[in-house]
Write a protein that binds this ligand. Structure first.
Ligand SMILES: [Zn+2]
Length: 211
């Protein structure tokens, strides 16, 4: 079991002189600005985008930190964008503190080097190009390389896997007791709750996997 984008052997993240080039999916909103496809964070035009971390468990001073999940996520191969949430696919340069992962990097700073507007208008394309001052191509979602599934779903650690299995076993046991035994409604209730917990663990694993 591996933790994606993490390398346990990395205790310090050296500053990268040469920027890394990766891919991100972004969202163009009606106000003509780009946003992260996951969070309501704006990517300001002609300004480097800086990673911030407000997590309580973030212990070191720098961002991204090897012991945290923060940083600007980018994948090395465009086909590694497993979810196209946004309407813009961006080729981005990342620099500053760079932490390599299995599919790409987490970086401290980033800025797009090329933008691909999916199913937009020529007017939007021109506006985007002028505003962000990078080459912008109008294309269609259909013509873009299809995302490949890199791997089947995997738990990121033994703790998550154990938690999931415990919830499933407890859920099934309680349901069985409630429906077929003399446990009654209380067992059915806690059985359903345990299964919901198992589902939540899977859901969180998927959330972590996106960027
Ligand atoms: Zn952090």
């Amino acid at each position: 079991m591996s933790i994606e984008f993490e390398d346990a052997s990395l205790s310090t993240a050296p500053d990268s002189i040469e920027p890394v080039v990766g891919w991100k999916s972004l969202r163009l909103k009606e106000n003509g600005l780009l946003y992260s496809s996951m969070f309501p964070t704006e990517w300001s035009p002609q300004k480097r985008f800086k990673a911030n971390c407000g997590r309580r468990w973030h212990s070191s001073s720098g961002t991204p930190s090897p012991s945290c999940t923060c940083g600007i996520y980018m994948v090395e191969d465009v086909q590694g964008l497993s979810v196209y949430h946004g309407n813009v696919i961006a080729e981005v340069q990342g620099w500053g503190r760079v932490i390599p992962g299995t599919r790409g990097w987490r970086t401290e700073y980033a800025y797009p080097s090329k933008l691909f507007l999916l199913d937009g208008t020529e007017r939007d394309r021109r506006q985007l190009e002028e505003r962000y001052a990078v080459p912008t191509v109008l294309t269609t979602r259909a013509s873009f390389p299809k995302p490949v599934r890199f791997r089947r779903f995997r738990f990121s650690s033994v703790i998550q896997f154990t938690g999931f299995m415990t919830c499933v076993v407890a859920g099934v046991a309680n349901l069985t007791l409630g429906i077929f035994g003399d446990g009654g409604i209380a067992n059915i209730g806690s059985g359903l709750f345990s299964l919901a917990c198992a589902g939540f663990i899977v859901f969180m694993e998927r959330v972590i996997r996106r960027y």
